[in-house]
Design a binder for this molecule. Structure first.
Ligand SMILES: Nc1ncnc2c1ncn2[C@@H]1O[C@H](COP(=O)(O)OP(=O)(O)OP(=O)(O)O)[C@@H](O)[C@H]1O
Ligand SMILES: [Mg+2]
Length: 258
C-alpha cells in the first residue's frame, strides 16, 4: 500500500479525570505527505497539543494509531522533533549557545566546533546574536521560545512538530520568524505540523489547514491552501471567511452543550 508518510488513523486521546475518563480527542484521521506543511487550528482545549504529543510518541492514544512511513509510532524517535508550547524546555544548566550546539552534536554527530558555528548561525536567524552566553533563567519567555525554535531548526528532523511556536513573540519578530520558516522549508522541504491560533499564520505557512472543534476535540474540516507563502491575498478572503465561520460555529455549539 502506498501510504502517506505520516498517517493518523482513528486517533482518540483520553485522560483520567477522577474516577472516569475524559475524552480529549475523538477519532482523528489525517494523511500527511512527506514535505507537507500542515497547520492545526482550533479553540483552546480541542486537543492540538495532545495530538502533537501523540505524534511525537510521548503519549499513547487510547484508540487508533499513528504510523510514520507505515510503522506504528510507539515512542519518541530521531525522525521527529518538537517545539513545545511550554517555555521551560531548555537545559537550565547550559547557555543559549550550549543548548543549541549540544543538541546538534548529539543528533547530527557533528564535531564541537562545527556544531557551535551552525548553532551561532541559526541563533542569529532568530535574533539572539547577543545572547550566546546567557542562561535560560535570565531570558524572557519569548527569548526562551526562540532558543527552542533555533534548536529544532538546527536539528533539521524529517518531521518537525511546532506547538504555537510564535505565540509569545511581538508582531515584528513573529513575521520575521514566519519568513524564516518559509525559507528553511524551501531548502529541505521537511514535513511540518504546526499549531496556531492565527488564521493569517495558517494561511501563510500551511499547505493544508486542519480546523478542529472541541467537546470532544475532533477534526471539523481540512482545507487545501493555495495561498501559502503569500500574505493578504484578496483571493484568500473567502477561505479566511470559511475558516473563521467554522471556528465561530463550533464555539457556539460547544457552549450550547454545557
Ligand atoms: N495531562 C493531562 N491530564 C488531564 N487532562 C489533560 C491533560 N492534558 C490535556 N488535558 C485536557 O485535554 C484537553 C485538550 O488539551 P490540549 O492541551 O491538548 O488542548 P489545546 O488544543 O492544545 O489547547 P490550547 O490551545 O489552550 O493550547 C483539555 O480539556 C485539557 O484539559
Ligand atoms: Mg496547546
Amino acid at each position: 500500500m502506498n501510504e502517506a508518510s505520516l498517517c493518523l488513523d482513528g486517533v482518540g486521546i483520553r485522560y483520567r479525570l477522577g474516577a472516569s475518563d475524559f475524552v480529549a480527542v475523538e477519532n482523528v484521521s489525517l494523511e500527511i505527505k512527506s514535505g507537507e506543511r500542515v497547520m492545526l487550528l482550533g479553540p483552546s482545549g480541542c486537543g492540538k497539543s495532545s495530538l502533537l504529543k501523540v505524534i511525537a510518541g510521548f503519549q499513547k492514544p487510547a484508540t487508533g494509531e499513528v504510523r510514520s512511513n507505515g510503522r506504528k509510532i510507539t515512542e519518541p524517535g530521531p525522525d521527529r522533533f518538537v517545539v513545545f508550547q511550554e517555555f521551560d524546555q531548555l537545559f537550565p544548566w547550559k547557555t543559549v549557545l550550549g543548548n543549541v550546539a549540544d543538541c546538534i552534536r548529539l543528533t547530527r554527530k557533528l564535531p564541537r566546533a562545527e556544531a557551535a558555528s551552525r548553532a551561532a548561525k541559526i541563533l542569529d536567524m532568530v535574533g539572539l546574536a547577543g545572547y550566546f552566553d546567557f542562561y535560560p533563567h535570565t531570558l524572557s519567555g519569548g527569548m526562551k521560545q526562540r532558543v527552542a525554535i533555533a534548536r529544532a531548526w538546527s536539528v533539521d528532523p524529517a518531521i518537525l512538530l511546532m506547538d504555537e511556536p510564535f505565540a509569545a513573540l511581538d508582531a515584528q519578530t513573529r513575521a520575521s520568524l514566519q519568513d524564516e520558516t518559509v525559507k528553511i522549508w524551501r531548502e529541505a522541504r521537511r514535513t511540518l505540523i504546526f499549531v496556531t491560533h492565527s488564521i493569517d499564520e495558517a494561511l501563510y505557512l500551511g499547505d493544508k489547514i486542519v480546523v478542529m472543534g472541541r467537546s470532544p476535540g475532533r477534526v471539523l474540516r481540512i482545507f487545501d491552501n493555495p495561498f501559502a507563502e503569500t500574505r493578504d491575498q484578496p483571493e484568500s478572503a473567502e477561505l479566511r471567511h470559511q475558516i473563521r465561520a467554522l471556528l465561530a460555529g463550533n464555539q457556539v455549539a460547544a457552549e450550547e452543550m454545557r
